[in-house]
Write a protein that binds this ligand. Structure first.
Ligand SMILES: [Zn+2]
Length: 303
């Protein structure tokens, strides 16, 4: 047996780890009959296939050998890991994809640069996916959850991730075991997150192959500009235009805050550019309980 652990014997036999012993035997007999050298008039490829099938059956049908085989396979699934750390944003594997206007990001040719594993039956990690996500300013300032839709590789349901159906490759996934599907994830935005920050969601990337672990989802935060609010560190600046009468005489004024409205008192003889600070109504500081301020900056209408 040459390199017994790199070949997926389950896939070779078109079975899963749950297939019963009787079924395995039946399956082997079918395949052996099909590829037996005697019935293939010396075809080299049939002979090779026959050898591989026999090799697979020899292991899978023997409880002791099978146990050792499964153990080695599970060991392999844990070992090949990709390097950790900050992703290289300059050369992302699939590139950032983003369409203008909201969270409808998609990528083109997401798996174009998919590396072929040395042995197609080896367990391989899923892909890390990197996207940019547009976040409204108030959500970034206060935190919250938004649904994020993207596409990723998931296990093919038709063949249960074996890539094989009946005697041939699975029609649904074309033998790739995986298939691209849209998914939606509830993404938690940490309160006070800053622009260009990368959020990492473990195991929400592409599914691994042959039982390999899934990749991660990395979302780079792009805080959208807001028609009313501007963020300066943890403070929120809100420019408000008032009438010259209110500026002169003073009085109550309703203003918008990040998530509600409040009444402020405009002082008598307020000048253009004067500011009013509302303590604790700004962005959350460092994901904690403290918040910056909301600064109301007055504009005055011309008479
Ligand atoms: Zn399939």
């Amino acid at each position: 047996m040459a390199q017994p652990t790199t070949r997926n014997y389950y896939k070779v036999l078109g079975i899963t780890q749950k297939t019963s012993k009787a079924e395995v035997k039946k399956r082997y007999r079918e395949l052996a009959r099909k590829y037996h050298p005697d019935t293939n008039s010396g075809s080299k490829s049939a002979e090779d296939k026959f050898k591989i099938i026999s090799e697979a059956y020899e292991v899978i049908s023997d409880a002791k050998k099978r146990k050792e085989y499964d153990r080695q396979r599970s060991y392999q699934q844990k070992s090949p890991r990709r390097p950790k750390g900050q992703p290289d944003w300059n050369a992302p594997p699939g590139g950032f994809g983003r369409e203008a206007g909201g969270n409808q990001q998609r990528y083109e040719e997401p798996f174009a640069q998919e590396p072929e594993p040395v042995d197609p039956d080896m367990p391989t990690c899923g892909f890390d996916l990197q996207f940019m996500v547009d976040i409204p300013l108030p959500l970034a300032a206060l935190g919250g959850t938004i649904p994020y839709s993207y596409e990723k590789y998931v296990q093919c349901q038709e063949c249960e991730g074996t890539g094989i159906q009946g005697d041939g490759e699975c029609q649904e996934c074309k033998g790739k075991q995986l298939i691209v599907r849209p998914v939606t994830l509830d993404v938690k935005i940490p309160p006070g997150v800053v622009d260009q920050y990368t959020l990492s969601f473990k195991k929400e990337g592409g599914e691994g192959r042959n039982g390999g672990p899934p990749g991660d989802l990395l979302l780079k935060v792009c805080i959208q500009s807001h028609p009313k609010f501007k963020r300066v560190k943890n403070d929120i600046i809100h420019e408000v235009t008032i009438s010259s009468k209110l500026a002169q005489e003073g009085g109550p004024l309703e203003v918008e805050t990040l998530n509600a409205t409040t009444i402020v008192q405009v002082e008598e003889e307020t000048l253009v550019g004067e500011e009013l600070r509302i303590s604790g109504e700004g962005a959350v500081i460092n994901r904690g309980k403290k918040r910056g301020d909301l600064i109301i900056k007055f504009n005055i209408e011309e008479d």
